[in-house]
Design a binder for this molecule. Structure first.
Ligand code: MN
Length: 195
């Protein structure tokens, strides 16, 4: 069973003007694709060949197999966190959890944005849920994701330079202004209530 690059949930130019088609061409078409291709090369005929991405992430330890499997999972998840119809505010139980965890939506967005700005090197920032339904922000390095921390990922932002450098150069804060206009809260709400 070969791993595949899932279809992007929207057209490559659909996130403009916030993220350009050129960014998506490289980020989805080249970086994400390369993680998929590499994972297939690394796992073909080996002990991980027929596992799900989640099983590899749990089993592989650190190293190239973990890195490529986790990067495929992280990017699959990231594209679903964005939408041309995104932005605005969460509703329902997720909105209540964010208010309980951060005081307000603005408090959450400030903490999440600061975690992106402060992340040294490359990695990801996440909104996660624990076993009690409490939400918090965590940053992870390189390919690491909340699955390895035993927590449920609700939302992520890619903080590798390939995610923002074409459009925003070194300005992570400007990338985050764009990110909040694209967040697919309906997806995040569904993650909160169903996982
Ligand atoms: Mn990326």
């Amino acid at each position: 069973m070969a791993y595949e690059l899932p279809p992007l949930p929207y057209a490559r130019e659909a996130l403009e003007p916030h993220l350009s088609a050129e960014t998506i061409d490289y980020h989805y078409g080249k970086h994400h694709q390369k993680y998929v291709t590499k994972l297939n090369q690394l796992t073909e005929g080996g002990e991980h060949a027929d596992k799900t991405l989640e099983q590899i992430i749990a089993d592989a330890g650190s190293g190239p197999v973990f890195n490529n499997a986790a990067q495929v999972w992280n990017h699959n998840f990231y594209w679903n966190c964005l939408s041309p119809e995104g932005g605005g505010a969460p509703e329902g139980p997720l909105a209540a959890a964010i208010e309980a965890g951060f005081g307000s939506l603005e408090g959450f967005q400030d903490e999440f944005t600061q975690a992106v700005v402060d992340l040294f090197g490359v990695g990801w920032v996440w909104l996660v849920k624990d076993g009690e339904g409490m939400v918090s922000v965590i940053a992870t390095k390189d390919a690491v994701n909340p699955l390895t921390h035993g927590r449920v990922a609700l939302l992520t932002c890619d903080v590798w330079e390939h995610a923002f450098y074409i459009d925003y150069r070194n300005d992570k804060a400007a990338y985050m202004d764009a990110f909040w206009k694209l967040v697919n809260w309906r997806f995040v709400e569904e993650r909160y209530t169903t996982t």
